[in-house]
Design a binder for this molecule. Structure first.
Ligand SMILES: CC(C)(COP(=O)(O)OP(=O)(O)OC[C@H]1O[C@@H](n2cnc3c(N)ncnc32)[C@H](O)[C@@H]1OP(=O)(O)O)[C@@H](O)C(=O)NCCC(=O)NCCS
Length: 172
């Protein structure tokens, strides 16, 4: 398995991976909101092509995907991470971990200051994420509590205030 940037020909395969990863177990043919979000993000000004990464299996299939999109903290440009998706038959084999290390490394090289996400504290702590509230960053929804997390990068400088994702996240 290896990780690379998404190519134009990967779009349909990425959509299938996201739909599979987030499928409702009791309604697997209903398209999950994360797949619709990804579609909307592709045509949003917050889309950053170099920060849409895929994991490729030895069979050359796309089995995982992660992206960061442009977000802001009181107007300062930062990154929002997600959705992170691993095809169900490839989960718990290190694909998610590889995607996370790759995208954080890429964001760091690009000189981005920090990344925020909404997710499991247990899973994301291993990648250096901490509750965003510790850095004075407030979540779009206060109910997210400690699940809204941030990860400072090499060019981190403290920026406090209200975090806002790219606009399509408002519709999820
Ligand atoms: C969550 C997800 C991205 C993890 O990717 P993965 O390739 O399965 O995970 P990895 O193999 O890198 O890591 C496995 C570890 O993650 C943990 N893990 C997997 N899914 C988890 C979850 N939903 N919450 C917390 N921990 C989780 C496993 O317990 C395991 O931990 P361990 O190493 O301490 O035993 C993947 O399972 C997935 O796509 N899930 C469905 C979609 C989703 O929930 N995305 C994340 C939204 S925040």
């Amino acid at each position: 398995m290896f990780v690379r940037r998404e190519h134009a020909g990967d779009v349909a395969a990425v959509r299938n991976v996201v739909a599979d990863a987030f499928a409702d177990p009791v309604a697997r043919d209903r398209l999950p909101s994360e797949a619709l979000l990804l579609d909307a993000l592709r045509s949003d000004p917050g889309w950053i092509p170099v920060l849409s990464l895929v994991a490729i299996a030895p069979s050359a299939e796309v089995v995982g995907h992660v992206l960061c999109t442009r977000a802001t903290i009181d107007g300062t440009p930062v990154l929002g991470l997600g959705p992170l998706s691993v095809r169900s038959d490839w989960q718990r084999r290190g694909v998610g971990e590889s995607l996370m290390h790759s995208i954080l490394g890429a964001a760091d090289v690009l000189g981005e200051p920090l990344v925020c996400l909404l997710g499991s504290r247990v899973y994301y702590a291993r990648f250096g994420f901490r509750p965003a509230s510790e850095a004075g960053i407030s979540a779009p929804d206060p109910a997210w509590g400690e699940h809204f997390q941030f990860r400072p990068l090499s060019d981190y400088r403290p920026v406090t205030g209200a975090f806002a994702y790219a606009r399509p996240f408002d519709d999820v």
